[in-house]
Design a protein around this ligand. Structure first.
Ligand code: SF4
Ligand code: F3S
Ligand code: FES
Length: 240
């Protein structure tokens, strides 16, 4: 397999360089296996993140031949006969080579308060329960591993980094539609903004690249409908 990898030191000004490598890989080995081989056997200065190697931690997101994806989910055989171009996720500051600073991404997720807000003590005095049917609504959104592939692929985010972005909106969806959450009104008011739900222009890139196959665009559109319902019922003050 032939690789061309974008190399950059955050501390060094100037354009990045592209280094070429060749490694042997069995068809079912992953791009992450190839990267490890390059780093272990050829170039210990190559920087990238990885942890689980099984599509769970979200840390090895990068751009592979122009498409944001997890290196541990892509197989060598899918790129047979081509040179593979590896680049860091776009839209984030490069720390080194394929590593980017994801702090702004995590700050945006934190902004939507990605946790259950419920003060009422349940009648049983024990845990807050939820029907299987209610939980099913959240099922797919619960798969998010915060890899940032969706945000890095969104044209709206590319133009305007103040846009909350698809991952935060998936987390907003996850709590807005959680029947146990009691901050519904605050969440709808927060999401009713051109920088939040209304910033999404249905480009669908987020849905296409999501490694956990979350229907991201659909979730955002469900938030929009909820906002409309809420404000049309006269409970809010403004719409868009
Ligand atoms: Fe990654 Fe999908 Fe979550 Fe976006 S929604 S951060 S692409 S898992
Ligand atoms: Fe961006 Fe996804 Fe909407 S790519 S514009 S958040 S559908
Ligand atoms: Fe954890 Fe790829 S290394 S998702």
């Amino acid at each position: 397999m032939s690789f061309r990898i974008r190399r950059q030191e955050a501390r060094e000004p100037g354009p990045p360089r592209f280094d070429s490598y060749r490694v042997s890989a069995a068809p079912n080995e992953r791009i992450l296996d190839c990267l490890n081989r390059i780093r272990w056997d050829q170039d210990p200065t190559l920087a990238y993140r990885m942890s689980c190697a099984h599509g769970v931690c979200g840390s090895d997101a990068m751009r592979i031949n122009g498409v944001c994806a997890l290196a541990c989910q892509k197989l060598a055989k899918d790129y047979a006969g081509t040179e593979i171009l590896l680049e860091p996720l776009p839209g984030f500051a490069v720390q080194k080579d394929l590593m980017v600073d994801l702090q702004p991404f995590f700050d945006k997720v934190s902004f939507i308060k990605p946790y259950l807000q419920a003060m009422t003590v349940p009648p049983s005095g024990r845990e807050r329960t939820q029907s299987a049917e209610d939980q099913k609504v959240l099922d797919k959104a619960l798969r998010c591993i915060l890899c940032a592939c969706c945000v890095a692929s969104c044209p709206v985010y590319e133009e305007d980094h103040a846009f909350l972005g698809p991952a935060s909106l998936v987390w907003a969806f996850r709590f807005l539609f959680d029947t146990r959450d009691e901050a519904r009104m605050e969440r709808l008011v927060q999401l009713n903004s051109p920088k939040a739900a209304w910033g999404c222009r249905n480009h669908f890139n987020c849905t296409r690249v999501c490694p956990k196959e979350i229907p991201v665009t659909r979730s955002i559109n469900m938030i929009k409908r909820e906002i409309q319902k809420y404000f049309e019922e006269g409970k809010g003050q403004e719409l868009k």
